[in-house]
Design a binder for this molecule. Sequence first.
Ligand SMILES: NC(=O)c1ccc[n+]([C@@H]2O[C@H](COP(=O)([O-])OP(=O)(O)OC[C@H]3O[C@@H](n4cnc5c(N)ncnc54)[C@H](OP(=O)(O)O)[C@@H]3O)[C@@H](O)[C@H]2O)c1
Length: 186
Amino acid sequence: MTAKKIALVIGGSGMLRGVSRWLNEIGYSVYIIGRDRQKLQDVQLECKHPESSCGISVDYRDSEQLKQQVNRILAADGLPDIIVSWIHSTAPNALSDILDVIQDYHTDNSWRLFHIQSSAGFWIKENTPVPELCLYKRVYLGFTQENNQSRWLTHGEISDGVIQAIESDKDESVVGTIEPWDQRPL
Ligand SMILES: NC(=O)c1ccc[n+]([C@@H]2O[C@H](COP(=O)([O-])OP(=O)(O)OC[C@H]3O[C@@H](n4cnc5c(N)ncnc54)[C@H](OP(=O)(O)O)[C@@H]3O)[C@@H](O)[C@H]2O)c1
């Protein structure tokens, strides 16, 4: 019997909806973190296998609640094989809270963390300590240029680019471009 593959998408009911749906379509049981229950339910219903997707409504600025929810996932399904994390700067401790819980969970298997960050983060790389068996990948969201004009990426372009980054499995990817930086949209 093949083991169930588990994914966790933090912020997976926003611009990463397409990533949540794709992971579900390619066979992952997907946990999606957001706050708005309706948005979480909408993504679940958009999934090809809604029975293998689960919305978790939690404010990731609340450390205790967040840790409790991650513990729930670990107890139910074990360590996710892949975590895609898009967390606002309003929650500077949320990712380390999640990683702290995971650190205490015994596993012999490596797993992947795709850390989605805004383009500004590309220039001053933050130090993200991760558990030993974590394969850490950074994905930066850039902009695009069309007809000599720059614009930020659409949600669809962001999700498609993150999917490509996951498929390519590089340690660092940029969705769109971040150069020339002085031509980024205002
Ligand atoms: N190119 C770039 O550099 C770049 C970078 C960043 C953003 N952007 C653009 O800026 C726009 C805004 O970004 P956004 O992050 O607001 O878009 P978003 O991805 O549409 O929304 C954020 C996601 O995180 C969840 N979330 C937010 N705060 C949370 C909290 N405290 N606790 C738990 N979950 C939380 C949201 O769910 P709930 O709403 O239910 O809480 C949602 O799933 C995007 O539409 C994107 O196009 C561009």
